[in-house]
Design a protein around this ligand. Structure first.
Ligand SMILES: [Zn+2]
Length: 254
């Protein structure tokens, strides 16, 4: 039977979470949650979400949604914040207590983030957090870098796709589900530019429209791509959506 995993994009709606130079935690967490969820779905996980849009929920509501879903795991995504900008950086994973499979999963996620260049702060016990205390299944809260750290934001943005893939693979690996070394991901490319600004412009336009877009830098080119699908059918569906939206597309595997 497939595992059911509840992903929680921290904060939302009238609660932006931490804010830094106009950047809001609730947006970063939603983007990351949807990206990780998509990869898990493509690997056969039954993924459920506390929210997929910008709505407000109390932590109690988030825990209740998780409990009522019957999910096997609850994973909440957040960005950390320090009193002063650029005071701290790095990733930590918070647990109710350091035991069981959730500890193994937390360490795997932390390691995956570390491989991308994030400082590994560690796995910490935070039994007071509502979403960890009130959820009945193994629950993790990932602080995906500090939102008021320029170093972390750069990693978050530039390695976004690798980060989502790394987290998803850490989750799947903990559950002993084979992700296959170097699986083939089908991506939909909407443009390739020598000029980073042009690529950024297309990227932000796509993100604004809700597409899981990212930039892949290869040789001298900044390639704007959307999604990372294990099944070609899903890539074709995305391609159709993009074409209907006026983009010229190409399905690539690199
Ligand atoms: Zn938060």
């Amino acid at each position: 039977m497939a595992y059911k995993i509840m992903l929680d994009a921290g904060h939302g709606g009238s609660d932006p979470g931490a804010v830094y130079q106009g950047r809001q935690e609730k947006d970063d967490t939603l983007r990351l949650t949807l990206a990780v969820g998509r990869i898990l779905e493509d690997n056969g996980i039954d993924v459920v979400y506390t929210r997929t849009t910008d709505i407000y929920q109390t932590p109690f509501e988030k825990a209740k949604i998780a409990n009522e879903s019957g999910a096997d795991f609850f994973i909440s995504f957040h960005r950390n914040s320090s009193p002063q900008a650029n005071q701290y950086n790095g990733v930590e994973v918070l647990l109710y207590d350091k035991s069981g499979i959730k500890l193994e999963m937390a360490e795997n996620i932390l390691g995956a983030m570390g491989e991308l260049g994030f400082r590994e702060i560690g796995v910490k016990e935070r039994p007071g957090l509502v979403v960890l205390r009130r959820t009945r299944m193994p629950a993790l809260l990932v602080e995906a870098g500090f939102i008021n750290s320029d170093v972390d934001n750069q990693l978050f943005d530039e390695k976004f796709d690798e980060m989502a893939t790394g987290i998803a693979e850490a989750i799947l690996g903990t559950l002993n589900l084979d992700t296959v070394e170097g699986p083939v991901y089908y991506r939909v490319q909407t443009g390739a530019f020598r000029n980073r600004e042009y690529a950024d412009r297309m990227l932000y336009e796509l993100l604004d429209k809700g597409y899981p877009a990212f930039i892949l830098q290869e040789n001298d080119l900044y390639k704007v791509q959307v999604g990372a699908f294990l099944q070609i059918g899903n890539a074709i569906n995305m391609e159709q959506r993009l074409r209907d939206d006026g983009y010229t597309t190409l399905i690539v595997t690199k």
